[in-house]
Ligand binder design. Structure first.
Ligand SMILES: *Cc1c(COP(=O)(O)O)cnc(C)c1O
Length: 401
């Protein structure tokens, strides 16, 4: 547990799909670049050239993490930029007449640029999902049939439910139909192995702050030969594919996070799964009228999305926040609106459970002690909120819209 006496006595952080703590090892390797190593990697002098070597080495480390070549790695400011660059850049190359196929459960960083392309005259299809959040691959094939220029953008794993898509199969289908395939792989980074020699994606986005690097640094993987117009214009950096002076400290930090993930992931996944499964089993045992959302057979090791029927997720999150427990409803990017999560709704979860969905997302820094703390504090909160709720198992379901 982390102690912040000035803010709160105790914080249990179970919101790692929103953002994660910077690893101390990452902070350490970044420090010199805020001090003596401030040169511009593009400068002609040796002082800048010295810094450029660190960027080169960082690119090699990221490439080792993805099992690609360093020339295929572009550093961006965040995954939102990577997603926008992949989607807009592909459509820009093909011109109007591009068919864009995505899913109803993507992050807004994918959905919004796709909707912009639709407004610009492209054809855009959002594939529906089933009750566990999976798409129908035959439907994908049907949409791809006969296309000239198609871009498919499907996330590797969902940020709200942890549902993992069959990315290898989807990539194979895209290959078969000659479509460009982009995947938002933000939530799999550091959680499950990513190897682009095994999974033939053309474009892939990741974000540093979701796996213990700082906020404000992202990766865009671009397979050699993929046609793409640059999104940011104005400089020759990143081989002319992403203009702007390199964010050297963050690039070096991101590479360290990749190295930590590459080395530690297999062991951490076992440990984190054990914590998540204990949390899940405890909630199901202690709280009635609970359902687990997402695909329990294909799920990220760290994510648990549950609906507490007849009460509101926001109320649960606020009550837990008072107890120093950080969780979320829907995605951080959608909160602030009172609409229920587009992901949970797309899965066809019944009305009475849609509003009561909350997400617990763990990391390598969580402990069994923290899980037990939550299992101790959560059930009384649920009981109390249910006492206050006008709804319950006896409510006439026809009163709900
Ligand atoms: C967090 C997240 C993003 C956005 O990443 P940023 O680096 O914060 O822009 C995109 N997609 C998914 C699935 C995410 O979870």
């Amino acid at each position: 547990m982390i102690y912040y006496p000035a803010i709160m006595e105790k914080i249990v952080y179970f919101d790692n799909n929103a953002t994660s703590r910077v690893a101390p090892e990452v902070a350490d390797v970044m420090r010199p670049f805020f001090g003596e190593l401030y040169g511009n990697p593009s400068s002609m002098h040796a002082f800048g050239g010295q810094v450029a070597k660190f960027v080169t080495r960082a690119r090699e480390e990221v490439a080792a993490f993805l099992n690609c070549s360093p020339e295929e790695v572009i550093f961006t400011s965040c995954a939102t930029e990577s997603d926008n660059a992949a989607i807009r850049g592909t459509a820009d190359w093909f011109g109007t007449g591009t068919k864009v196929i995505t899913t109803a459960v993507e992050h807004p960083a994918v959905l919004q640029p796709c909707r912009r392309l639709k407004a610009l005259g492209h054809t855009v299809v959002e594939l529906p999902v089933d009750g566990v959040g999976q798409i129908d691959l035959d439907r994908l094939r049907a949409e791809l049939k006969g296309t000239q220029h198609a871009l498919v953008s499907i996330m590797w794993a969902n940020n709200e439910t942890g549902t993992v898509f069959p990315i290898e199969k989807i990539a194979d289908i895209c290959r078969e139909y000659g479509a460009v395939f982009h995947t938002d792989a933000v939530q799999v980074a550091g959680k499950i192995p990513v190897d682009v020699t095994k999974v033939p994606v053309d474009l892939l986005a990741m974000s540093g702050h979701k796996f213990h690097a700082p906020k404000g640094i992202g990766i865009l993987y671009v397979r050699k030969g993929t046609k793409l117009k640059p999104f940011l214009l104005g400089g020759h950096q990143e081989a002319g594919r992403r203009a702007g002076t390199e964010n050297v400290p963050y690039i070096v930090g991101l590479a360290k996070a990749c190295e930590l993930a590459r080395i530690g992931m297999a062991e951490e996944a076992v440990q984190i799964t054990a914590l998540r499964d204990r949390l899940e089993a405890g909630i199901l045992a202690k709280c009635p009228n609970v359902r687990v959302n997402g695909d329990r057979n294909h799920r990220l090791p760290n994510t648990l999305n549950v609906s507490f029927e007849y009460i509101e997720g926001e109320a649960i999150a606020y009550r837990l926040s008072d107890l120093g427990i950080c969780i979320s409803t829907g995605s951080a990017c959608a909160s602030g609106s009172l609409d229920p999560s587009h992901v949970i709704r797309a899965m066809g979860v019944p009305f009475i459970a849609v509003h009561g969905s909350v997400r617990f997302s763990l990391s390598r820094y969580n402990t069994m002690e923290e899980v037990d703390y939550v299992l101790d504090r959560l059930p009384p909160v649920i009981r109390n909120l249910r006492e206050l709720s006008p709804f319950g198992p006896d409510t006439d379901p026809t009163t709900f819209k």
